[in-house]
Design a protein around this ligand. Sequence first.
Ligand SMILES: Nc1ncnc2c1ncn2[C@@H]1O[C@H](C[S@+](CC[C@H]([NH3+])C(=O)[O-])CC(=O)[O-])[C@@H](O)[C@H]1O
Ligand SMILES: O=C(O)C(=O)Cc1ccccc1
Length: 248
Amino acid sequence: MTKDNIYAEQDIPGDFQFNDLVAEVFPDMIQRSVPIYNAILENIPLLGHRYIQDQTNVYDLGCSLGAMTFAVRQSLPLKQGEVPQGVNFYAVDNSEAMIQRAKLKLAGYQSNYPTHFLLDNIENVTITNASLVIMNFVLQFFKPAERYAQLERIYAGLNPGGVLMLSEKFINPDPLAEEQICQLHWDFKAKNGYSQLEIERKRNAIENIMILDTLPEHLARLEQIGFKAVIWQLGFNFCSILAFKPQA
Ligand SMILES: Nc1ncnc2c1ncn2[C@@H]1O[C@H](C[S@+](CC[C@H]([NH3+])C(=O)[O-])CC(=O)[O-])[C@@H](O)[C@H]1O
Ligand SMILES: O=C(O)C(=O)Cc1ccccc1
């Protein structure tokens, strides 16, 4: 795994971008930056086994290198039997650098399940006949005014009994609590080998493009759309929510 040194030697002016430089170091960057990332990756196979149904689609929206798609897919064994049949995986990202690398990785694996890596904006992808939709740390990059409509579209594309996994960094409504948890998150990054300068530069690069919601805002919006939501992973200012579309 290539080490993330992007902000170590130099500052990169402008907003953070998911370019070649970032794609190259992404697995290291995300693990060292997002406290719950490994817990999600390790436990996501539990969801696949429980929720993926025969003849349905699985979506990974904002898939980056496809880590979540590969983890779910590999957890459904190659042998026929108790495993779901006729499942198609669609993994979408609008970063060419990410999708190129994901496709290379895909070519190295064998699977019963057709898997399609799509270079596109999530907004352009039709979501239909879905049993599982994964959207990990991506909604935070959408304009706040667009978030409701995207989640509504996912709800409409899910089959009854299907589930959305929505993972996000969130902000706390109380400024003092927010300050404390941010400090702790920066300590977490420092513990993982990032210098104060790297932390500061990255913080500046993402501050204009990641407008965060509070946890109550996330839950209320999902419930308003019709989902039944529960938090299944929480660490520092990062959470992962399972949002169920009830049986009709
Ligand atoms: N509108 C959009 N359309 C398509 N892709 C987008 C859009 N906006 C952002 N992206 C893509 O969303 C990804 C966000 S990273 C997701 C990690 C992954 N889910 C993981 O579980 O490993 C999270 C992070 O780095 O904080 C990037 O690859 C963007 O190109
Ligand atoms: O690095 C951070 O502080 C984050 O909040 C998460 C993150 C991880 C990777 C790209 C952009 C943001």
